[in-house]
Design a protein around this ligand. Structure first.
Ligand code: ADP
Ligand code: MG
Length: 330
């Protein structure tokens, strides 16, 4: 995930594949904090393809910070106000995103929960680059956070958010990449791009002017190894992966990964879930809910979240797939 606003490295590569009359493909990469953004655009000319790549990057870089529950962006400021018992008026963008997140919180039976921020901080997952000293949070602190997730805040009349509990802390890190991919694709919709692939840290959007175009996309392996699977994707689809392998803390020799079951307040066993869908925020939320549910709840969570193309890989490497996802595996 992207966890800070600053971009550490700029353009890493720009490859133009030239041809006389053929379409031109431009491929560019940026490192945005710890997340690699790769964009490949094909257009009638190189300038158009390049502008498209740049616009994707600009959108993601400028729109990201307001969605983090820390730093000085909009959600972080809202968290500060909520912790002081004030109600906050949000931008349409953040309000709509939180509203949608709340729908999926309910649908997932609380497995995906945007009010998980207090737990994330209690476990020290909010900034894994900081040296971690604390141990496992005590049960009273965990119970306190469970209460804050379930009853902590409500949506007001216009675009208001009101907290009943100063411990409430919102964290939509689980769906930020989905939201940013959607915004990046919208930002280039008027660009005459024939084919576009945006890979934001392993979450991928594909677009093509040819309706029957098929894309081969490798599923990110959250443990950093070779891709977990190879998929066929169609224009307009997104593939979102949530994984508990790559980001974790070790406490007393025990590894705790960064996805928490909001119902228990404890990190769940490592697993990785991949969802294909037309709505990247929905697919992103569903992937997190699937990791929380684990193998036993795979079918139930797919049904509850309304996803038909899903893959779950547990910590033993066992693959669970829906029938529609099996059709996409290469
Ligand atoms: P990844 O970052 O591996 O793609 P996710 O997309 O699931 O995984 O995002 C995980 C992040 O979401 C965590 O770092 C934390 O900020 C937040 N989070 C953790 N547990 C939950 C949960 N049960 N529901 C919603 N958000 C969560
Ligand atoms: Mg996610």
């Amino acid at each position: 995930m992207i966890t800070r606003r600053s971009m550490l490295a700029g353009l890493a590569s720009a490859i133009a594949v030239a041809g006389c009359t053929r379409a031109q493909s431009v491929e560019r990469e940026w490192l945005i904090y710890t997340t690699l953004l790769k964009v490949r655009a094909t257009a009638a000319d190189q300038a158009t393809a390049n502008t498209c790549c740049q616009r994707v990057f600009d959108t993601i870089q400028t729109q990201g910070p307001d969605l983090y529950g820390f730093g000085d962006g909009e959600l972080s400021r809202a968290n500060t106000a909520l912790s002081q018992g004030q109600s906050v008026e949000l931008s349409d963008r953040l309000y709509d995103l939180l509203r949608r997140a709340d729908v999926w919180r309910v649908a997932s039976g609380g497995r995906f929960d945007p009010a998980v921020g207090g737990m994330v901080a209690a476990w020290g997952f909010d900034d894994l680059t900081r040296p971690q000293t604390g141990g496992v949070p005590d049960q009273a602190a965990i119970d306190r956070m469970i209460a804050a997730t379930t009853t902590g805040y409500t949506f007001g009349g216009s675009r208001d958010l009101q907290s009943f509990d100063p411990a409430v802390r919102l964290d939509i890190g689980a769906i930020v990449k989905g939201a940013l991919l959607a915004e990046a694709i919208a930002a280039v919709a008027d660009n005459a791009v024939e084919r576009l692939v945006v890979d934001l840290g392993g979450d991928v959007a594909v677009q093509s002017m040819a309706a029957d175009d098929a894309f081969r996309v490798a599923v990110a392996n959250p443990s950093g190894g070779p891709p977990s699977a190879l998929l066929t994707m169609r224009s307009g689809e997104y593939v979102m992966t949530s994984g508990g392998y790559a980001r974790y803390r070790e406490i007393d020799g025990e590894r705790y990964q960064h996805i928490i079951d909001p119902r228990s307040g404890w990190p769940v066993p490592p697993a990785a879930a991949t969802v294909i869908g037309d709505d990247p925020v929905h697919a992103d939320a569903a992937a997190t809910a699937l990791v929380v549910g684990g193998p036993k709840e795979f079918s139930a969570v797919c049904d509850a979240m309304g996803v038909d193309k899903a893959l779950l890989i547990d910590n033993l490497g066992t693959h669970l797939t829906t029938a529609s996802m099996r059709e996409r595996l290469i």
